[in-house]
Design a protein around this ligand. Structure first.
Ligand SMILES: Nc1ncnc2c1ncn2[C@@H]1O[C@H](COP(=O)(O)OP(=O)(O)OP(=O)(O)O)[C@@H](O)[C@H]1O
Length: 329
């Protein structure tokens, strides 16, 4: 795992920093109120990554994404998108960047389709001749074809999110920055967003996608960054981050045999063996799981089940912060 504390050596290991799609150094935002929303964040999103930008509500994800896009000016620190310094290089690089951020400028009385038409027409680099086809394709990709003619103000939150995504996808992008794209979507919509993220990544784009719901996004990410209270606690390839957690063995026995099972596991050198609800659990360490099974059965305990539980990102998050992650809406 790359420590987020500006450990350049580790951070380079997460990808070629020169070829990073997003690179920030010491990115900081102090609001007028004096509150520090983002504090010294060194983001490194390698090209081609799907980077899950994870953290509970209020941890600083939106403010960071807004600073990446030049919508909020940092108090300190620097931003590079696709190798170009922001905000100075915005005119050059932003056409290659699609963004979904809260409150996009959609007109409430125009239909979804008419809104996209306006946005597309405002883009000096988009060809008018292919506009209708481009808009139709974007609406189709986000599943809004049927609601294309409905006024924006009549859209549900999920439909608004989809239209925001369609706007981000109006043209081919090298980088997509999506702030909470699954907000307001039902499970089916959430699955569709994941599929869409996979699709644009497969086509070669880099995607940074924020979420306060780990479970919604974790499976689609190649990399993750974990935010808490304005700081980036960890970032790197997802597998490496998850490996920082502890693999546990969980033994199911009859209730009257649990204390006995705890003793057997402790006898194998598994420190921290304990009865945990219906099971007896312990960090597995370097002990092979079959040894655990043999020892339990060998000592006359009825082994009703055995599970090896690999650490999830949520376990890692809880260990790093001492706090729970939002797991439900
Ligand atoms: N304009 C502002 N003025 C003062 N404080 C702000 C402002 N914008 C955000 N904050 C504060 O900065 C912190 C980070 O907010 P931010 O919206 O970046 O978090 P987030 O991780 O995106 O959360 P969420 O998932 O709820 O959007 C919060 O404590 C928030 O209240």
């Amino acid at each position: 795992m790359s420590g987020a504390e500006g450990d350049a050596g580790d951070a380079e290991g997460a990808g070629d920093a020169e070829g990073a799609a997003v690179r920030t150094r010491g990115l900081t935002k102090r609001f007028r109120s004096g509150q520090v929303g983002v504090d010294g964040v060194d983001l490194l999103v390698p090209r081609g990554a799907v980077y899950g930008f994870l953290g509970p509500n209020g941890s600083g994800k939106t403010t960071t994404i807004r600073m990446l896009l030049g919508l909020v000016s940092p108090t300190a620190g620097s931003v590079e998108l696709l190798g170009t310094a922001m905000p100075g290089g915005g005119a050059e690089v932003l056409p290659r960047v699609g963004a979904l951020v809260e409150g996009p400028a959609f007109h409430p009385y125009l239909s979804g389709e008419a809104n996209l038409r306006r946005l597309d027409a405002a883009d000096p680099t988009s060809a008018p001749g292919s506009r209708t086809r481009r808009i139709g394709a974007a609406l189709e990709r986000v599943g809004l074809t049927a609601a294309a003619g409905k006024r924006y103000r009549q859209y549900s939150l999920g439909m608004k999110q989809r239209l925001g995504l369609a706007a981000a996808l109006l043209r081919p992008r090298d980088l997509l920055l999506l702030d909470e794209p699954t907000n307001g979507l039902d499970p089916q919509g959430t699955r569709e967003v994941r599929a869409l993220v996979r699709e644009v990544a497969d086509a070669g784009a880099t995607v940074l996608v924020s979420s306060h719901l780990l479970s919604e996004i974790e499976q689609v990410c190649s990399h993750v960054g974990i935010m808490s209270r304005g700081t980036l606690l960890a970032q790197g390839p997802r597998e490496e981050i998850a490996d920082e957690g502890t693999t546990e063995v969980r033994v199911m026995t009859r209730p009257d045999q649990r204390a006995h099972a705890v003793r057997v596991l402790s006898g194998l050198g598994l420190d921290g063996a304990r009865a945990d609800g219906e099971v007896v659990a312990a960090p597995l360490g370097s002990v092979a799981v079959e040894k655990v099974a043999q020892a339990v059965v060998g000592d006359g305990i009825d082994l009703l089940g055995l599970e090896v539980r690999r650490p999830t990102l949520e376990d890692v998050f809880v260990r790093l912060t001492g706090e729970g992650f939002d797991v439900a809406r």
